[in-house]
Design a protein around this ligand. Structure first.
Ligand SMILES: NC(=O)c1ccc[n+]([C@@H]2O[C@H](COP(=O)([O-])OP(=O)(O)OC[C@H]3O[C@@H](n4cnc5c(N)ncnc54)[C@H](O)[C@@H]3O)[C@@H](O)[C@H]2O)c1
Ligand SMILES: O=C[C@H](O)CS(=O)(=O)O
Length: 477
């Protein structure tokens, strides 16, 4: 079956519905109009939650083999329409066609892993007779679906990060209402299409398009919604946590990821991996390399190679396979990044390459000697900008890396296992990659941050744990 780009309608409890008020979806590269989607209202959200109450019962009753089959068939559908899915990501978002194609492949993996994990939602027996007087009791605990999950997702991975919520939710027998990023809703709607074609029963999944600050509260605060699974920026995340009340929250937020390069590192590997991790998706990547700490002895050769390779990046049309980096998601975002860089330069930072904007495009930029009181040194840039720091030793690198309020993932390049172990034990992050940049993830691994980078973990089986409740069963004989 050929995928339809299901714009103009949103997926409302398993049905495609239109609304008179619409949101226009533009291509950030040239501001051309791609499609429109409905601008849902609070009433839409409330009605959708009512439908999801039935949806939660239907989902919980789905036998595991059906959940597995639906997840696999949805993956198959996407696999047979990869070009449509990749083009949609590339056009509505800011990824190049190469980056978008990779995201589609990861989404297929995410759904197939979800199918596999559906058969592994285990409980355990409990030895009640460990307590005197309970000799005649036996039992266990099991994991049961949480019910209705509200999922709110960001623009930068508009397909796979939605799949990271929908896949585990369905595997665990939940109903889920997705509010995708306002600027990149089409990919999420295509995911819904895959599940509709896979035979997912109605009312289990909704993809409701709209403005987060208009309809988000209705989803976040409703008592029947038992979990909010949010991926996005710190400000929205903190607001949602404040408003959610007594329900589970999963927060996948931002970071300003550090990479440490010690003098014994393979310099070529370190330069290549760090550049790839810095400029993937024009730096609009929660795992993006933002701060690189290079041991002073190799600072000069590292910096020279890093700047040289950065200048070879091909910036241009997202849909060309030759393009290495596209635009940011909007000109406003590019101006925000430009402002952060200009502030640092005005305070004494040295611009080594880049630093130029053309509309929504911002050149891959490398700066050094950044004063520590600059916004760019402490906050998330979420753009194609890397800060190079010269450090005396590992201790200085770790202390500076930890001196921010974020901690998603880090990388360290060294061949000294003792130094790697010191970094592993001292870096305040959710994940550390040895001899790789911070920007390494497989969809099956636990994923999430510490401090203001988030709460909880995604990565299918870990998301399933968060999306289920433990129920104890005890028989008195
Ligand atoms: N940790 C991760 O896994 C991860 C992955 C991707 C992106 N991110 C983070 O996401 C951010 C970029 O994405 P973005 O610009 O789409 O983030 P954003 O916070 O602006 O928006 C994310 C989603 O939240 C919605 N939203 C915004 N305000 C809301 C509110 N008050 N109530 C309810 N919903 C609201 C938006 O409509 C969107 O759907 C960056 O900070 C990035 O680091 C984190
Ligand atoms: O932007 C953050 C993403 O979660 C990183 S990845 O695309 O999933 O690796």
């Amino acid at each position: 079956m050929k995928a339809k780009v299901t714009g103009r309608k949103m997926f409302f409890a398993g049905k495609w519905v239109a609304r008179s008020r619409v949101i226009k979806v533009y291509d950030p590269q040239d501001n051309s109009l791609i499609d429109t989607v409905p601008a849902a209202t609070v009433e839409d959200i409330l009605k959708c939650i009512d439908e999801a109450k039935d949806g939660a019962k239907i989902a919980a009753r789905l036998p595991v083999h059906r959940r597995m089959s639906i997840l696999q068939k949805a993956a198959d559908y996407i696999e047979s329409n990869q070009k449509t899915y990749a083009n949609t990501i590339a056009r509505e978002g800011s990824k190049t066609i190469r980056e978008a194609t990779k995201e589609v492949g990861r989404c297929i993996q995410t759904l197939r892993i979800s199918a596999e994990e559906a058969r592994r939602i285990h409980g355990e027996t409990i030895a009640f007779d460990q307590m005197p007087g309970s000799e005649n009791r036996f039992g266990y605990y099991q994991r049961v679906p949480i019910g209705i999950i509200g999922a709110i997702t960001p623009f930068n991975d508009p397909l796979n990060l939605v799949a990271h919520k929908v896949g585990p939710a369905i595997a665990a027998g939940n109903a889920i209402i997705v509010k995708p990023a306002t600027v990149t809703p089409l990919s999420a709607l295509l995911l819904a299409e895959a599940f509709a074609e896979a035979g997912l029963p109605e009312k289990v999944l909704s993809v409701i398009t709209g403005y987060g600050n208009e309809i988000g509260d209705a989803l976040v605060t409703h008592h029947a919604v038992r979990m909010i699974s949010f991926t996005g920026g710190l400000n929205a995340g903190e607001e949602i946590v404040r408003k959610a009340g007594l329900k589970k929250v999963s927060m996948e937020l931002g970071s300003n990821s550090p990479v440490i390069v010690l003098e014994d590192a393979n310099l070529e590997d370190a330069v290549k991996a760090t550049i790839a991790g810095a400029f993937w998706a024009a730096g609009q990547n929660c795992l993006g390399v933002q701060r690189v700490f290079i041991q002073e002895k190799i600072m000069e050769p590292f910096q020279k190679a890093f700047v040289q390779l950065t200048r070879q990046y091909h910036i241009g049309n997202k849909l060309s396979p030759k393009t290495d980096m596209g635009p940011l998601i909007s000109e406003l975002e590019a101006i925000r990044v430009e402002t952060m860089v200009n502030e640092a330069v005005e305070k004494g930072a040295v611009l080594l390459t880049g630093g130029k904007r053309d509309g929504a495009y911002y050149l891959p930029t490398v700066i050094t000697n950044v004063p520590e009181d600059c916004t760019i040194a402490k906050e998330e840039i979420f753009g194609p900008v890397v800060l190079l720091y010269s450090v005396k030793d590992l201790d200085m690198a770790i202390n500076t890396a930890n001196s921010v309020n974020y901690g998603l993932q880090a990388g360290i390049f060294t061949n000294d296992v003792h130094k790697a172990h010191e970094a592993i034990s001292r870096l305040e992050v959710g994940g550390i990659m040895i001899n790789d940049s911070s920007d390494y993830r497989i969809d099956a691994m636990p994923f999430g941050g510490v401090k203001k980078s988030g709460l909880g973990r995604e990565g299918i089986s870990f998301a399933i744990q968060e999306m289920t409740e433990v129920k104890v069963v005890c028989f008195k004989l």
